[in-house]
Design a protein around this ligand. Sequence first.
Ligand SMILES: [Zn+2]
Ligand SMILES: [Zn+2]
Length: 340
Amino acid sequence: MRAGVLVAPHALELREFDLPRPGPGQVLVRVRATALCTWEQRTYAGIQDIKTPFVGGHETAGTVAALGEGVLSVRLGDHVALGPVACDECHYCRRGFPARCESNLGRFSLDGAWGPWGLAEFKLVPARAAFRVSDELSFAEASLCEPISCVVHSVRALRPELGDDVVIIGAGPMGLLNLLVLKQRGVRVIVCELDAARRDKARSLGADVVLDLHDGDFVEQVRGLTEGRGAEAVVAAVGSAQVDALAFDMVAKTGKVVLFASAHPSPELSVDHNLIHKNEVDVLGVEGKSVQDFLIAVRLLSHRLIDVRPLIDRRVPLTELETAFELAMRPDTYRVVVTP
Ligand SMILES: [Zn+2]
Ligand SMILES: [Zn+2]
């Protein structure tokens, strides 16, 4: 089988590997689609320092190609999305926070090439990582179960009330997925975005209000929409000090600020101590997903409660992986999907 191996920043090689055989409790998945997340884009661009050789790709869907002994949860040919594997043994799993599992069971290594291994023709996983998805979904759609599960993780942590005002800062792919999931929660979604094309996309995906800097300061506009109070929740879907400051300026008393995006480099959070104290503002850090979050994402997609098709720009074969990365890093694309 072939895999796209990152050997150094901006240097990819298509290498041959022996097909791994599933052991007891394992499933061999024929990868049909892997979407390129910003994390992979950072590894490719050298922004994220990573040990090489590395095989990226953690947003993956495919079909079950071979079963190890004792696997009952999936059958040959099933369409599956690949989700998280928590150990159930570490401190955080036992505390009920499997998204913070410390075991890294999702990582994989073959001939010294490590990584999530979705950018390969086949991937070996523990059976519990394979979640059956509807055959009606394209594999590209199914590959987006992973980023949706991260958004589900965030929305479940946020627990918005019906009728709340929720601001999303940034209408990149993750901001827009936040929009799609939040629209399932009966809230008014207000999107702040600098780029005109992304504002149009947010509108077409159902944003209730889309704010443009030409119409004035984002904070003033949010206050104008909320009788001066600010929003009950602000999701920072871009990681920067500027966005953090905006978020704290536009959150209402007793509201929540969600730090959804990671930041590179990571800025200091400078916020008025008494604003958090006196206004009883909650700050939520969210990252990754639990098994439950992933199952919810699978059901949202499989039942087409949310439609991610407008976010899939291009399908690119594994043999053109460099092109796929270059496309994915362009500001006018949302998700580029590699089809090994
Ligand atoms: Zn991702
Ligand atoms: Zn664990």
